[in-house]
Design a protein around this ligand. Structure first.
Ligand code: CA2
Length: 152
């Protein structure tokens, strides 16, 4: 039997504050609620999950590097670093692991500085505007990609 593929779910700055403020934008769930949602859905798909959050860009870069040759996929909500971080883009390009970008809010309906994503250049696709369900959709997308790539 082959090992369970691991999906690394990475969350950027301020996402540890979910559930405390701005529910109209980000919903009422905490990040711990989203982690539980992801763990349950990943298990149903036969995937394992690592779930992490940091307010520091370098942590996210290191965790992405650590995925190379080890993780089967990355789900990333880089928070505000989405719109600023060439370092995260470079790490995703170097990792050579399929990544799906997620945002809770619809970034295209918000401030114009949120319309551009550096992460998008390295991601297989982006899901935004569906709240926590976006993480579930991202896991579904990765499960399909992983199954497709393991078929002979
Ligand atoms: O919609 C998303 O998921 C974002 O990645 C969230 C980021 C924002 O900078 C991106 O443009 C879009 C911000 C997350 C902040 O989350 C908070 C939640 C509650 C209270 C304060 C901040």
């Amino acid at each position: 039997m082959s090992a369970t593929p691991i999906i690394s779910i990475l969350n950027g700055p301020n996402l540890n504050m979910l559930g405390t403020r701005q529910p109209e934008l980000y919903g009422r769930e905490s990040l711990a609620d989203i982690e539980a949602l992801c763990r349950g859905h990943a298990a149903a798909l036969g995937l394992g999950v690592e779930f992490r959050q940091s307010n520091h860009e370098g942590d996210l870069v290191t965790w992405i590097q650590d995925c190379r040759g080890r993780a089967a996929g990355i789900v990333i909500n880089a928070g505000a670093y989405t719109h600023t971080s060439v370092a995260i883009l470079d790490a995703l390009l170097a990792a050579e692991v399929p990544a799906v970008e997620v945002h809770l809010s619809n970034i295209h309906q918000r401030d114009s500085f949120r319309h551009h994503s550096y992460v998008a250049k390295a991601a297989r696709g982006m899901i935004c505007g569906f709240g926590s369900h976006g993480y579930v959709l991202a896991l579904d997308a990765l499960a399909r990609l992983i199954k497709g790539s393991s078929q002979t």
